[in-house]
Ligand binder design. Structure first.
Ligand SMILES: Nc1ncnc2c1ncn2[C@@H]1O[C@H](COP(=O)(O)OP(=O)(O)OP(=O)(O)O)[C@@H](O)[C@H]1O
Length: 332
């Protein structure tokens, strides 16, 4: 089901209990973050499971980055808890080996080369230095490994950020807007990488504003709006539940619409075509054929993730604009 999970009690940050090391997952329990009077995250609970890509979606200001920052111990929850592999991130003795993360705001030393940056991180996390060239290869930055990071394009910076995330070969990977600034080839590369990491059994948690990209990348979705969970379900279930598919029919005259309505279908004329719900394409074709009528087009139109997302979050967009175009812009 595509519902937000029932609220449950916070499990606390106690890391002394034996964590379930076999299941490298992120467990968020009644997580709340307040900034003064503003509740950025409001009692959110969900689990990010291994072996699949979980997409994290929500309009601007929904609380995605704040949640991800709390997962990574960069922000302290006002209430509730987050555990990764059974314990709080800040209690991990080797965080980079446990969770690899790419966050929107990167703190890179502009005068340092990509290789030196990674070597410094490897040394301070007791990661073998040989892993540095491995990850540079993985993200396609070998040729510019000696270039100062300050000269990097946005896309190269994103690749370096992903190299940092993968440096410790972690079982859990958190990527906040990983395709920002990437060209189409880079976007495809991130998609393939995320899917491969999940296929290797890792826990992959990704936020993105690019719906078409998320639809191709994620197996499971957690959708947040105004700090609350709106949906937590598989990609197909989310789309099926929040956006209706229909059969598009082109024909001449009104007889076909009458036949379909007579069979109980819901028929809406739109710009010279009929949008039919309540009958599948085969049934439409057979009914019309039985009456000896002709069709010029018969197409199943599947609704997109974007349709479903817009339907679900329409009332949750933080900066709702009167103008429809601005509203679409508010969800990027
Ligand atoms: N440090 C802060 N101080 C005050 N308010 C904050 C702070 N960080 C975030 N907020 C507010 O908390 C809410 C959630 O912000 P957050 O950045 O988590 O949303 P988001 O879903 O990541 O949005 P976006 O898609 O725009 O990045 C917003 O209203 C934001 O203005």
């Amino acid at each position: 089901m595509c519902r937000a999970p029932a609220r449950r009690e916070a499990s606390g940050h106690d890391s002394s209990d034996s964590p379930d090391r076999g299941a490298a997952m992120i467990d968020v329990a009644r997580l709340t973050k307040q900034y003064g009077a503003k509740t950025a995250v409001d009692g959110v609970s969900f689990t990010v499971a291994p072996g699949r890509v979980t997409g994290f979606l929500g309009p601007n200001g929904a609380g995605k980055s704040t949640t991800m920052r709390m997962v990574l111990g960069l922000d302290r929850p006002t209430a509730g808890s987050v555990t990764v592999n059974g314990r709080a991130y800040r209690d991990s003795p080797a965080p980079l080996r446990e969770v690899g993360a790419l966050l929107e705001a990167r703190a890179l030393h502009p005068g340092r080369s990509a290789r030196d940056h990674l070597r410094w991180l490897a040394a301070s996390n007791r990661i073998p230095v040989a892993r540095v060239d491995e990850v540079l290869g993985l993200v396609g930055l070998e040729a510019v490994a000696g270039t100062r990071v300050g000269k990097f394009s946005l896309g190269m910076g994103q690749r370096l950020g992903i190299a940092v995330a993968l440096l410790g070969d972690p079982p859990v990977v958190v990527l906040d807007e990983p395709v920002n600034g990437l060209d189409p080839e880079g976007i495809r590369w991130v998609r393939t990488l995320a899917r491969r990491l999940a296929a290797e059994g890792r826990t992959v948690f990704v936020s993105s504003h690019l719906m078409s990209e998320m639809a191709l990348t994620a197996d499971h979705l957690v959708v947040i709006g105004r700090g609350r969970i709106l949906a937590d379900c598989s990609m197909p279930d989310f789309i099926a539940e929040h956006a209706a598919s229909f059969v598009r029919v082109r024909t001449q005259g009104g007889q076909v619409a009458d036949v379909l309505r007579g069979a109980g279908a819901d028929v809406t004329p739109v710009d010279g075509e009929l949008h039919v719900q309540g009958l599948d394409a085969a049934a439409v074709g057979e009914l019309v054929g039985d009456k000896g009528l002709y069709l010029h087009e018969l197409t199943l139109v599947r609704s997109s993730l974007e349709d479903a997302f817009m339907t679900l979050t329409a009332s949750s967009v933080e900066y709702t604009a009167r103008d429809g175009a601005e509203l679409a812009g508010a969800t990027r």
